[in-house]
Design a protein around this ligand. Structure first.
Ligand code: ADP
Ligand code: MG
Length: 696
């Protein structure tokens, strides 16, 4: 082993460690649980717990924690020491199977959307053995699912696991028609995490960044991203040091951090790991996000994970690369002749119909206060869902939907025209960066999720919708009567594609024309979170989620409440921060600067009455108009903010925030931003976009 590989996975209780350290029968039983989803008995748990504790203590751990994903926020943990006093002034270490598999956090302060009253505060966390336990800052963290006393899921992991089980079950039914019997079909996910790095010193001076994670004010910088010089540019030393430390730490957690680069916007970067099963991929992403924030501080930096920290330049997303596969094959791999690959066409058709049928649910799953500023803006997908397939597959799908044979599109080769350079096959899925849901070779890339969120929601909805489409296909095949499977399957595909073709779109998703075209096609367009959330509780979506065993109606309704509540709270924080900053940070300095100019005029004209000072007078009047506009902006925002807070119904409140308060915030921002380029630099009270974006 080289030094590079030696560090990999040292902080996780991985399959490799289990194999080495667990008694062989324990290992076998645990493997069965992990690979086939079989229940675990307490004897096995006791044995695993003992080994895990010994391993963790050897690696410096003093505590253990059930690590879980509550409905808001990212992850939660409560630490318990391994030490147990024996009563004579000494102590032993203890960690039982029961403590491993089950925790009982007093969870009354976690959001639950009415699922659990404070008097029934008990929640249970249950070990998820399909994701690795890891040691973080001397704490053995055990990935767990979290549910209420009455068994309702209170976290993001539980429904995700249920949706993956639904895919497993339905995909296996479909594969059985092709004579295949894989042990397991799993969902694979690779997340591309975008983020910004700015200096800690600048960050601390901006209340909006500290309170809201984004700038609520700020005039455009002298240059933005128009020179395209940052994307893939040489990584500056401070950022590079941060990235190196991040890689090192992530590799220790067996997070296969693979790609790192500068992104399009100044100060923006990206990290992508190698994909793995969705459950672990999401745990890894959450851990990665936490480490990014923590390690940035070692370098005098702050990592901004908000979807739109800066207006006018790109926001940050988390492209969710998604595929399904068995141990032997990727079910979304088209192979060399996709037009003859019936199995691939079945899976592709099911994804297409699922995305079309549940576009509203998918849109809902990526709705957040932060993402509202990103979707539909600078180089981010629009709020409308459509699928991009690439030329080759589009031709095949068109032919199928229209009922004629699809010809084979021969692959063109790509020749650089320079003899020493190699010639290779042209990729058949040309990239369309504007598509929210693009087929990229052998996976779909869902590009709408925001950088700050737990993508469990998006994956849960996608998995469930696709599982339902696979189920519908398998049910139809079960009932096909005398027809051969092949002819019944082809007939099904043709019909389904003809019905769902409207969701396919290869053009420019950023264009105005697409918005109009999408409306004509009857696709949904929910510009804000307030508009998108009601889809969660639409009857057809409750039927889907409950019918596939992913979320009961009660769970759906409570989650809808939690999402609304979170949106309203964040909007309240933003509106409050904005009013305060405008009044207390900006107004005093703009007024002071106006006064300075006024004094200058008085001083000069008293010394030299003939001086006209016309420029100074004009400047002064612009400043005074600006001060007026800011006062008006504050009053207007305060009125609408009060109006929003008075609503009893959370959905009404959200609508008011989205459609009345948010535009008022834009107006106030505009008034303040208009002053920034004319007030003297030494007066301006906070670091500007020029300061924030170009000095790290
Ligand atoms: P891009 O060029 O769009 O950045 P990459 O091929 O580098 O795409 O992959 C981006 C992410 O997709 C990575 O996390 C990668 O591991 C993941 N990925 C690749 N293949 C698959 C697959 N079959 N299923 C899920 N994710 C995948
Ligand atoms: Mg990218």
């Amino acid at each position: 082993m080289t030094d590079l590989t030696k560090k990999y996975g040292t902080m996780v209780f991985s399959e490799h460690v289990m194999k080495q350290r667990l008694p062989s029968d324990t290992y076998k039983k645990l493997s069965k649980t992990i690979k086939e989803g079989k229940p675990l008995d307490l004897d096995v748990a006791n044995s695993v717990a003992h080994t895990m504790k010994e391993w963790a203590i050897e690696h410096g751990a003093t505590h253990f924690a059930h690590w879980f994903q509550p409905l808001t926020g990212i992850t939660s943990e409560k630490h318990d020491a391994f030490l147990d006093p024996v009563g004579d002034g000494t102590a032993i270490t203890k960690f039982s199977g029961k403590e491993l598999i089950q925790g009982e956090p007093d969870a009354s302060s976690f959001p639950n959307g009415g699922l659990r009253a404070t008097f029934e505060a008990r929640g249970y966390s249950a070990w998820d053995p399909t994701s690795y336990a890891f040691i973080k800052d001397e704490v053995l963290c055990i990935p767990t699912a979290f549910c209420s006393y009455t068994g309702e899921a209170l976290d993001k992991k539980t429904p995700l696991l249920r949706s993956m089980a639904a895919i497993d079950e339905q995909a296996k039914r479909v594969l059985a028609f092709f004579g295949k019997k894989p042990a397991k079909v799993t969902v694979n996910v690779g997340t591309e995490q975008e983020y910004f790095l700015i200096s800690e010193k600048d960050y601390a001076q901006r209340q909006d960044l500290v309170m809201c994670g984004r700038t609520l004010f700020g005039a455009p910088p002298c240059k933005g991203q128009e020179l395209d010089e940052h994307y893939f540019g040489a990584i500056r030393p401070t950022v590079n040091d941060f990235m190196k430390e991040l890689d090192d730490v992530l590799w220790g957690f067996a997070v296969a951090a693979k790609t790192k680069h500068n992104e399009v916007a100044p100060a923006q970067h990206e990290l992508a790991p190698v994909f793995c099963n969705a459950n672990r991929a999401i745990d890894e992403n959450l851990l990665t996000m936490e480490m990014m924030k923590l390690l940035a501080s070692h370098h005098g930096l702050v990592c901004l994970q908000h979807e739109k920290p800066f207006e006018g330049i790109n926001g940050s997303g988390k492209h969710n690369n998604w595929s399904i596969g068995s141990e032997d094959e990727n079910l979304l791999d088209p192979g060399d002749t996709p037009e003859e690959n019936l199995q691939f066409l079945v899976f592709l058709t099911c994804v297409i119909s699922a995305v079309d049928d549940y576009q509203d649910l998918l849109r809902m799953s990526v709705a957040s206060c932060g993402n509202d500023h990103r979707l539909g803006a600078h180089e981010a997908p629009p709020a409308i869902i459509s699928i991009f397939l690439g030329d080759e597959l589009s031709d095949i799908i068109d032919a199928l939907a229209e009922g004629h044979e699809a010809g084979h599109a021969s692959r063109e080769s790509l020749d650089f025209g320079v003899a020493v350079l190699p010639t290779f096959d042209r990729d058949t899925t040309d990239r369309n960066r504007t598509s929210p849901f693009a087929f990229t070779g052998n996976k779909f890339e869902f590009r709408m999720p925001g950088s700050a969120v737990n993508v469990a929601d998006a994956n849960t909805m996608l998995d469930t919708a696709v599982a339902k489409a696979l189920k519908d296909f398998a049910d139809a095949m079960d009932e096909r009567g005398d027809a051969s499977f092949e002819s019944a399957a082809i007939a099904y595909i043709r019909k389904s594609l003809a019905a769902h073709k409207r969701i396919l779109f290869s053009g420019d998703g950023y264009s105005e024309e697409w918005h109009e075209e999408a409306v004509r096609r009857g696709l949904c367009n929910f510009p804000t979170t307030a508009d998108a959330l009601p889809a969660f509780v639409e009857q057809k979506n409750i039927d889907l989620l409950a019918g596939m065993g992913v979320l009961s109606e009660t769970e759906v309704r409570s989650r809808y409440e939690v999402k609304l509540e979170k949106y309203n709270k964040l909007m309240n924080i933003e509106a409050t921060t904005m009013e305060r900053m405008a009044r207390r940070t900006y107004l005093p300095v703009i007024s002071a600067y106006a006064t300075k100019i006024a004094k200058g005029i008085t001083t000069v004209t008293s010394a030299m009455p003939a001086a006209e000072m016309s420029h100074e007078r004009r400047e002064l009047s612009t400043l005074l108009d600006g001060v007026d506009a800011i006062y008006e902006g504050i009053d207007n925002l305060a009125d609408l903010h009060r109006k929003a807070k008075a609503f009893e119904c959370a959905q009404d409140q959200a609508n008011c925030y989205a459609h009345e308060v948010s535009p008022a915030m834009d107006r106030l921002r505009e008034a303040v931003d208009a002053m920034e380029p004319i007030v003297a630099r030494e007066y301006w009270p906070v670091p500007t976009y020029d300061d924030l974006l170009f000095y790290v």
